[in-house]
Design a protein around this ligand. Structure first.
Ligand code: ADP
Ligand code: MG
Length: 339
């Protein structure tokens, strides 16, 4: 065996980048989360060639001060937490201060931004982790982050990318997970100049769900709203006549963040027990509101999985709420014969 040695910072940042940025969809997710964290009410996404050639996100959020632009792309630099205690009361999507640095490590990044109180915007370019000077530029209030040639300097990663159509599918799912959770924000998504989604803001969550999944599905949704102490569960479970062959239509939002949770998927399955054929999965759009200190979101680099302080209680809330609602709803009367 070779001797132990400390890795260079170059290797360390490549490893860190690999954890967070797996494919173009990871870039879409990180940039969209930053725009939402910045308080944007309008967010436009443009993709080129499945996102490998280009991911550009433009928002009208708070923007980045010119003197902060170098920090935005530095690793472990964030405006969202200040100390370790803050980790247990995270109210933003981001807090690791790693996404932009990781993206800039493996692509060509240009950030343009202007804050409302400034007359001019500023721009910074990073190529493969090498940052250029910050220069003034004209731009609207907010931020535009442009990511080109993803993985141009990591050929192995690039080789693992799939056909443009497949990558677009992943990007579009990342977009859906965030746009679904933020109905009050106007989102658009374009691929190679073709408009895929234009979602005007709405105060009504059903409308946003309908914009993604159609009126037919929306009309089958049964509203839920319940709480257990400080934990609130609300949203919709689809009538069992609507189901899927996999669990991908189970949108679980924890304090607005899309998560995957085996326990809660199980609770959902239990709630529909006896109502679905074997091999079919329920459709649900559930929002859980849990006090920030009752959940640890710092257990997974992309925060797709979280750890609840009291997962049993949340399991019981999901299962109990849906069961009770189904018992009180005349499900058979809602069954319609397929056209
Ligand atoms: P994190 O989101 O974990 O803080 P990022 O690397 O994603 O880390 O972003 C670094 C910092 O850059 C953020 O903390 C934020 O201050 C700033 N930032 C990134 N994107 C935007 C944006 N679209 N609008 C305003 N500020 C942004
Ligand atoms: Mg971020």
């Amino acid at each position: 065996m070779a001797r132990i040695r400390q890795l260079t910072s170059l290797v360390v940042s490549k490893i860190a980048a690999g954890e967070v940025i797996e494919r173009p969809a990871s870039v879409v997710k990180e940039l969209l989360e930053n725009s939402v964290d910045a308080g944007a009410t309008r967010i436009d996404v443009a993709l080129g060639q499945g996102g490998t050639d280009l991911v550009r996100v433009t928002d009208n959020g708070c923007g980045i001060a010119a003197e902060d632009l170098p920090l935005a792309v530095a690793s472990h630099a964030t405006s969202k937490i200040a100390d370790a205690d803050d980790l247990f009361r995270v109210a933003t999507f981001g807090f690791r201060g790693e996404a932009l640095a990781s993206i800039a490590e493996v692509s060509h990044v240009v950030i343009r931004s202007r804050q409302a109180e400034c007359d001019a915007g500023h721009e910074v370019e990073v190529v493969g982790g090498q940052r250029r000077e910050v220069v003034p530029c004209g731009c609207p209030v907010g931020a535009t982050i442009e990511v080109r040639n993803l993985f141009y300097n990591t050929p192995v990663r690039r080789k693992f990318l799939r056909a443009s159509q497949t990558e677009i599918g992943h990007c579009s799912e990342a977009f859906t997970r965030i746009a679904l959770a933020q109905p009050h924000v106007h989102f658009t998504l374009r691929h190679n100049d073709k408009l895929l989604f234009d979602l005007p803001p709405t105060p009504n969550w059903r409308e946003r769900i309908a914009a993604f999944f159609g009126r037919d599905l929306e009309s089958s949704l049964i509203a839920l709203d319940n709480r257990d102490g400080e934990v609130r569960l609300f949203g919709f479970a689809a009538d069992p006549w609507q189901s899927r062959a996999n669990n991908r239509m189970q949108y679980l939002l924890l304090n607005g963040r899309f998560i995957r949770d085996r326990d809660l998927q199980h609770a959902l399955g239990e709630a529909y027990r006896g109502l679905l054929l074997t091999g079919r999965f329920p459709i649900a759009f559930l929002r859980l509101e849990v006090p920030a200190e009752a959940v640890d979101v710092n257990v997974h680099p992309t925060k797709l999985e979280v750890r609840f302080a009291d997962s049993g209680r949340i399991y019981a809330l999901v299962l109990g709420t849906i069961r009770k609602k189904f018992l009180a709803t005349d499900l058979t009367a809602r069954v319609r014969t397929p056209q």
